[in-house]
Write a protein that binds this ligand. Sequence first.
Ligand code: FES
Length: 393
Amino acid sequence: MFKDLKKFTYAQKLKEWREKVLEVPEYFDGMENLHDNIHPGKLWLQISDIQNLSHDTKLYRLIPAKSTKILPPFRAGQYIGLTVEINGVRTARPYSLVSSPNQHAYYELCIRKKEDGFVSVYFYNNSDIGDIVECTEPLGTFYHNSLFHGENLVFIAGGCGITPFISMLRDISERMLPINIWVLFGCLTEGDIIFRQELEDIKNRRSNVKVQYVLSEADSGWEGECGFITQDIIKKVIGDVKGKYFYVVGNRDMYQFVFKELEDLGVPKHRITYEAYGNPDDVVKVIGWPSNLNSSNNVEITIRYIEMNQVKEESFEAPCVEPILNSIERNFSSKLKIESGCRSGACALCRTKLISGKIFMPPEVTIREVDQKFGYIHPCISYPLTNLTLDLM
Ligand code: FES
């Protein structure tokens, strides 16, 4: 036993020494570090550069806060969760990685200041070069899978939804992958087309990449496509939908619109994958929301948790139209840390046991069958319809 302890202490010291004096050249520098390098869970990153992309969007370059640490590898299309503390409220939001997965020196994130946004506005206005931020490791399943998706891909993006596609395009272009890409990029005005120069550059250099912008609030001088990304525009740009695989990224309203257009074009559901950002802008308008509830209705949320080895229970009032996770963060950030990643019901990091009460989830959200069976919810995308009791122990 004493021998084992000695061995462990020696190994621990050796590991610390190696971290201090040796630069880690690759992900593999000994089995003991391999897992931690690829799946560190949390990351501490430093903002090394900030670039204005448009009147309301900035590009942030992030490097490891400690020079001996490396960035975990990721697949083009994945995201990281960015954690912030704003006036005592600790919360997180997912942002797609824009940088190419082929270089390992930095990550890039693109943040658009959403008019009524909480995290985006705070981060946009307050973060600076040199700041250190807490993030999750790269997460998400939104990436190209050649076996299931094939080699004819249609990328449909709304606004900042172009970011995972930029990473994918960089990857495909850098590795000269034999994949045909049609990009349909919907923006409000010409000034909102971020990464335009790069998209044009890739399009001009690669015959397998086509790009079409669609502006919903175009100025009179705009000669390209106007309006929304309708089935007519999709058909005009990509031709036959057969044999093509569709990726859609944008807000939930845009996704619902595009999904219907694709459905009408005869694209089967299993040929469409999507990444819908965040919660619905107005959950009251979502199909299935009970008509007797509106933004003035409040409920009581009771949570059970452990503090100093004791089971405690506390309640607070919350609006029906606010995601449960946001309400908990607003009321309990000082006592509890709830992990979150996607904030849209996909990653299951926030899964929580529902003891009693009724919740609402937008119909397009699917949670794992096993979670449903054993009474777990994803509070990031669930809304309280009645008084609730949750188990956070
Ligand atoms: S944060 Fe991903 S499911 Fe809730």
